[in-house]
Write a protein that binds this ligand. Structure first.
Ligand code: ZN
Length: 169
């Protein structure tokens, strides 16, 4: 089932996520729900904390050339850790918790990731470009950080102004 997505400045988004130790049916339900919620919202990635669960789990499904996100392209990442990184790229990011706002953020262009799958098996993955950016963006959520916190002071001010204008109280 889908869940409501927490929207900035909801304080729950700042909560650091705990490592997963039990790879049980509850985790599998959470991952299924995260995937469903992400696809319904038209997103390419979602961290568990975005639906209020502070556990180190994220899902990513980057659209293929036709813009589709078939189930076989789904990447489920539990307890991620960046083992190596290199290069720097600027990438325009958005976030389901900061709707309708996009801005360039500086990230590593290449990463080597260590993580567990839903059964607790350990894996490594080398990623570059969009996938590397998406992983780093979602990992920020696990430490309670949003991409707007990586903006320069000037861009951050511009964001807050636009945000207030688009959401009058
Ligand atoms: Zn996000």
């Amino acid at each position: 089932m889908t869940h409501p997505i927490l929207i900035w400045p909801d304080k729950r988004l700042k909560k650091p996520s705990a490592r997963v130790v039990r790879f049980d049916a509850d985790l599998h339900t959470l991952l299924d729900d995260m995937n469903e919620t992400m696809l319904q919202a038209g997103g390419v990635g979602l961290a568990a904390i975005q639906i209020g669960q502070p556990v180190a789990a994220l899902v990513i499904n980057l659209p293929d050339e036709e813009g589709n996100q078939p189930p076989e392209n789904l990447l489920e990442v539990i307890n991620p850790e960046i083992l190596e990184s290199k290069d720097e790229i600027l990438w325009e990011e958005g976030c389901l918790s900061v709707p309708e706002y996009y801005e360039e953020v500086k990230r590593h262009g290449w990463i080597k990731l260590g993580f567990n799958d839903r059964h607790g098996e350990a894996h490594t993955l080398e990623a570059e470009g969009f996938l590397a950016v998406a992983i780093q963006h979602e990992m920020d959520h696990l430490s309670g950080k949003l991409f707007i916190e990586r903006l320069s002071m000037l861009k951050r001010k511009k964001f807050e102004k636009e945000w207030r204008r688009s959401r009058p109280r």
